[in-house]
Design a protein around this ligand. Sequence first.
Ligand code: COA
Length: 152
Amino acid sequence: MAGELRVPVRQGIASDLDALVAIETQCFDSDQLSRRSLRYFLRVPNAVVLVAEIRGSVAGYALVAFRKGSAIARLYSIAIAPDFRGRNLGRLLLKAGERAARQRGADLMCLEVRSRNRRAIALYESHGYCRCGRIEDYYEDGAAAFCYEKPL
Ligand SMILES: CC(C)(COP(=O)(O)OP(=O)(O)OC[C@H]1O[C@@H](n2cnc3c(N)ncnc32)[C@H](O)[C@@H]1OP(=O)(O)O)[C@@H](O)C(=O)NCCC(=O)NCCS
């Protein structure tokens, strides 16, 4: 594993769109967020996109979605570009997403993850997320999802 990086996390802006699309393409074989969806999430008030930037490049992002009147936030997506994995960026963005959710009054974060995504599951479990369900045939390719949640 390469050395840990100390990088700032900031809110995503419209000009991050190309970089976010590139990360999405590199990180997910199916169920990728479309350019249109990413653009939507960058501008709506019921979502926050957080990006970690290294030397001017977006190295990863986390997307947290909210519902009006609900204290449950949802980690909709988190992805780190392959070259930057294993350097604490996933952890950093997860924590930043939780902070953003707390600031908006959420008291629970929930998420879904592929049941075979060991790396992401290790990240969530080491940050206090508990498995609370399983949904068969959740992803486009038929894979199952585990549901996780964490009180904030
Ligand atoms: C899952 C992902 C976000 C993790 O990001 P990362 O920056 O590599 O993770 P970090 O360096 O912050 O490591 C955080 C934790 O992840 C786990 N982890 C990291 N590298 C790992 C590896 N090679 N194997 C297994 N677990 C690993 C560990 O639990 C680690 O904590 P630790 O170092 O204290 O043991 C990243 O691998 C990724 O973008 N994957 C593709 C997209 C994806 O699957 N997103 C999740 C969708 S639900």
